[in-house]
Design a protein around this ligand. Sequence first.
Ligand SMILES: C[S@@+](CC[C@H](N)C(=O)[O-])C[C@H]1O[C@@H](n2cnc3c(N)ncnc32)[C@H](O)[C@@H]1O
Length: 404
Amino acid sequence: MINASLSPSSTELVINVLAMVLEQGKPLDRAYSHHFSGLKLAPSEQARITSVTGDILRRLNLYCYLADISTEDIERMGSRLLNAWHMFYELPIPKLQYTLAIDEEDFAKRLASAKEDPALFDGCPEWLDKLGTAQLGEAWPKERAALAQAPKRYLRVNALKTTAADLLSQLAREGVEAREVPGVPSALEVISDAALFRTECFKQGLFEQQDAGSQHVAAAVAAEPGMRVIDACAGAGGKTLAIAAQMQGKGRLLAMDVEQWKLDNLKQRARRAAAHNVETRIIASSKTIKRLKLSADRVLLDVPCSGLGVLKRNPDAKWRDTPERLPVLVALQKEILQSYSRMVKVDGILIYATCSIMPEENRQQVDAFLSANPNFSFIDDETVSVAETGFDGFYLARMKRNQA
Ligand SMILES: C[S@@+](CC[C@H](N)C(=O)[O-])C[C@H]1O[C@@H](n2cnc3c(N)ncnc32)[C@H](O)[C@@H]1O
């Protein structure tokens, strides 16, 4: 994808999106929709812009260092940043009307010294490198390097409507090239640049866009038709819809969250996917949880987390987040685990999950929960490593309730 220079107009768009994210603090997807609306960009050009913007955000500190500018000065110095980015990939520099040129000799010196600093080369802010090293030790550098790579595009075959083989051939008829993903039977990897959401297959609800790691976590719920299942931090329902397919639409699937707009979004997606056994419920207070005491065969707690496993896909988070957020999240996860586990019935299974690879949010939480709750026993756990799988990074643990 990164094999040709951007046009001058696309360069300007990338600078504007970056400035909106980094200087106005807007989420990346909102910055894209703001700047793309009203433009008649070809899907391939739009894909190039998002791919270059993503790459710059994944290694923003590296490109800023090469451009000799600060990460806070993108609006004013954006052309210099984009020049450095083109020089890094040895691409001809776009001919902008106003541009801040970079001295080639100076650039070569900076590049040589950046290569001596692996954390900088992987686009890792200092606070994150310290945290990753403290949490993961020797395993951190390879995860850090993997988090600097572009994410692959995956979709989940909606088993309520189709099969992987049928979807592959229908997508091929619409010009979308995809292939199966070893180890994740519900997933297909999209290998062409197609505009997926414009396809008939999408309109018919034959698939959802979802990372293969997230699908792997949903598979661990192993819900069966007729069960009573609660997805208590359902958000817009990525995992809920996967669970509905496991249940073949039979049984009761309750999707809960503290944000109504996410549940509204979920309802819409569930309709398109024909996931008719999904019910949504807002968590208004602890009473909502209490009323569901000992009621579910499976409870999935996909808790709010640092998101440090999904930085490939959300690279802007690295430049917004601070290390102070982690202890706050860890305390919230602990509270959710303790309180929401009440909904698991005897012999039922609790599935705790995060999109983080940091032990403090993962195994350490589970161990603390198990020692405070001897009525639950550990079944298994797994960290989906970004480096080993190429997927987003996740964690999941399964625990069984043995007594009320
Ligand atoms: C990691 S996201 C869930 C992603 C979702 N399961 C998916 O697969 O698309 C965590 C969710 O927890 C929700 N949340 C935050 N605090 C919560 C709480 N106290 N109880 C329940 N959900 C909460 C957030 O609104 C967010 O939607």
